[in-house]
Design a protein around this ligand. Structure first.
Ligand SMILES: [Zn+2]
Length: 85
């Protein structure tokens, strides 16, 4: 059962929408929300901790990795160097 304070936190989190993604710049919306994670966390971490935990969308990370892999392969084909995967 959510308390009023939890709801307030929840609303605040929704408003702040989390940190912007360091790759695409869009705000990161956590599901479940940071407030929700904080509520369930047994070690008493604040919601902010969970917001700070994520600074990239998982899709963006995957996209960036595959782009890096493609760039690596291209460099490898062109120069015979690299291939650090
Ligand atoms: Zn992103």
């Amino acid at each position: 059962m959510a308390t009023l304070l939890d709801r307030f936190e929840e609303q605040k989190m929704k408003k702040t929408k989390g940190k912007p993604c360091t790759i695409c710049g869009e705000p990161i919306v956590l599901v479940p929300s940071a407030a929700e994670r904080a509520r369930k966390d047994v070690t008493g971490k604040p919601a902010q901790y969970f917001i700070n935990l994520f600074d990239q969308h998982s899709e963006c990370t995957v996209k960036k990795r595959s782009e890096e892999a493609v760039a690596n392969m291209r460099r490898y084909r062109e120069t015979g160097e690299g291939m650090i995967i």
